[in-house]
Design a protein around this ligand. Sequence first.
Ligand SMILES: [Ca+2]
Length: 311
Amino acid sequence: MRHLTAALAVAAVTVLTGPGAHAVASKQDPSPAAQPPEQEPASVTSIKVRPGKSKGTGRLTPIAGADKLIAPLGVDPACPAKIEIGMRSDARKAGYADLSVEIDQPLSASRSMLSSYLPPGYELGAKLLVAVPPNTPEGPYGLRLKAGDRTLAVPVEVVTPDKLDNGGNLALRRQVTASSQHVNANYPPCSIADGDNGSNGWAGGNGWNDATARAWPDTAAIALGSAKQVSRVDLYTLNTERYPASVYGLRDWDVQVQSGGQWQTVAQVRGNTAGSARSDFTPVTADAVRIVALASNGANDYTRIVEVEVR
Ligand SMILES: [Ca+2]
């Protein structure tokens, strides 16, 4: 019952603190887009509660999902930098707990406060979105999470996509242009190049869903910033236990590259039923890479792409 009580309290808090009218309580497994009837999307700011064992010190501890945050400059505001933040209670008894969020100007955070009823040993986690205005100077900035008498400082590094440590993925944080975007704003095209290839954030801003049911082709083009040699593309489509790729994922597509202003097909995938597919091809110098989606495995036939990586 403890867990239930906390969950209810958190749901209430979400409504109070969420930035925008569409904030909803956390959903573990959001529905695929655009299955009729329309369903409310999961919020990117959904809050999660994790039980644990209290150390009984009486303290609150601010926590973060990473020891630093890289915030790319000049990216689509629909795909901001994200970091998991929260707090842990080592109190002896349940109580209300507050976490305050401070960030250096001109950066802005999606929330300034996280508050919840928190049983002993429980952790509360939420996604924090960090917006970088277009003219922000590159360099280090500060993000501070304060709970009780403790402050956790998380360095934020503002960099251009050219200076990102992209791990060899030339598509990371590059500009994406899609043939359409589902009316629901939680499927932005830029999300296919945000560095997160997991399906769990589906409907929460981590994948693109096109707007034209049963109409093909659909396209998503990623500009590489300058001419680059490419020879491999990995595509990740929606694939969760509840919404497997074999039923909801992309089935057929062409991989194209743009060279000298012309698009050419360098690889074709047909009959895919897996969550990801790798295409290797003869190295070619290209300014952009484009996925031409031709069919999905779903009866309602939308293109659903979580990530495209280019090497
Ligand atoms: Ca993604």
